[in-house]
Design a binder for this molecule. Structure first.
Ligand code: 13P
Ligand code: SF4
Length: 366
């Protein structure tokens, strides 16, 4: 059945040629990512969408927030005028491919938090930083409030920017970081900010996100109580077990892992950085890797000269990334070829405009 789907997908690609671009995130299944023209981490994929000039259609093999970001960047005003107003159509092969972390920060919750905070601190000097794993509405909120989007590969640069360049160059007093508390905490700890300067805002708490006024006025970074269900499965005891049973092993994790795991790791970084670390290591290197299962399994296959383990005894994969399969990709592409496009992700103009402000800052800081 896969051969048949391959043949059907190839026929559509031959029909569109360079006008059709298949982008894939590193967490995609092998059979999908192998077909993609370009693959990358969230930052690289945003750059690819921003640079795409020849293409008219992008099939995005990833999750919803990535397709939204691609739509905003590929259709920003300067690109639209280059293409004489022609939009790039971005398609997500399964519209149910969301991100549970992104869903943990709804725009109404953010607006409510901001309102509550404005009674306690000067929100003019509070700079919002959102992880790219968030809805476009949230990125637009951040753009409107003088903030920035970050990815796991430039979170430190983005927080640095917020403290030193935001607010018309004056810098902010404090940062509100959402939705991933772990990426926010791990990054800020590395910048010398301490946990008692980082209260966590619980959107379900009665008031002030479950914090006292003093905690908020003394804060440097207010973290949102969100997490990645995949990366929270990695535990400090898994690291201890690998260190005991495999002397010399290196622990390599994604910064979405909780603090206690992140701090025990030898190396950490975005999916792109994880791949680079393995590629650069000599034969015989032993790794236990804490990130999504499909990427770790692919690294195992591609590097038989190294010994690669999955850091958790529980096989944690991203169920929403997994929704993109050859059947959905084929269905989406064949509908495009038939002139009845489906699964288009198009962000409304006002949301795009403000999201772009925050995304362009993201692409500038590194
Ligand atoms: P990166 O590929 O940017 O490291 O992001 C990981 C991730 O969780 C994507 O959802
Ligand atoms: Fe979201 Fe985690 Fe899946 Fe990434 S791995 S898409 S953060 S749920």
């Amino acid at each position: 059945a896969n051969e048949e789907l391959h043949a059907r997908i190839s026929a559509v690609r031959a029909h569109f040629g360079p006008q059709l671009l298949l982008l894939g995130h590193h967490y995609q299944q092998d059979e999908v990512v192998e077909l993609c023209d370009l693959r990358g981490d969230s930052y690289q994929l945003s750059q690819m969408a921003a640079d795409s000039s020849a293409c008219r259609h992008i099939a995005f093999c990833g999750v919803h927030f990535m397709a939204e970001t691609a739509d905003i960047l590929a259709n920003r005003p300067e690109k639209l005028s280059e293409r004489e107003g022609q939009r790039v159509r971005v398609m997500l092969p399964d519209l149910a491919a969301g991100c549970s972390m992104a869903d943990m920060a709804g725009i109404e919750q953010i607006e409510d938090a901001w309102d509550q905070l404005s009674a306690v601190i000067d929100t003019e000097r509070l700079i919002p930083v959102t992880y790219i794993n968030s809805a476009a509405s949230l990125k637009a909120f951040v753009g409107r409030h003088g903030g920035i989007v970050c990815t796991s590969s430039n979170a430190k640069a983005a927080i640095d920017w917020a403290f030193s360049h935001a607010n018309d160059g004056k810098g902010g007093d404090r940062v509100m970081f959402f939705p991933d508390q772990h990426l926010g905490r791990n990054t800020a700890l590395g910048m010398g900010i301490t946990n008692d300067q980082m209260p966590v805002w619980n959107p379900h708490a009665e008031e002030l996100g479950g914090n006292t006024e003093a905690q908020l006025t003394d804060s440097k970074v207010i973290l949102w109580r969100g997490h990645c269900s995949v990366h929270q499965m990695f535990k400090a005891e898994h690291v201890a077990l690998f260190r005991k049973n495999h002397p010399g092993i290196k622990i390599l994790v994604h910064p979405e892992c909780p603090q206690e795991v992140f701090e025990l790791a030898d190396v950490s970084g975005s999916t792109g950085a994880i791949i680079k670390a393995v590629q650069a290591a000599p034969a015989g290197t032993k790794w236990a890797i804490g990130t999504e299962l499909h990427l770790v399994n692919r690294l195992k296959q591609e590097h038989p000269e190294q010994e690669i383990h999955f850091l958790s005894p529980v096989m944690c994969m991203c169920a929403t990334m997994y929704r993109i399969d050859l059947a959905h990709l084929c269905w989406t592409l064949e509908n495009l070829a038939a002139g009845t496009p489906i699964n288009t992700i198009e962000v409304d103009p006002e949301t795009s405009r403000w999201s772009l402000v925050a995304l362009e800052r993201m692409l500038q800081v590194r």
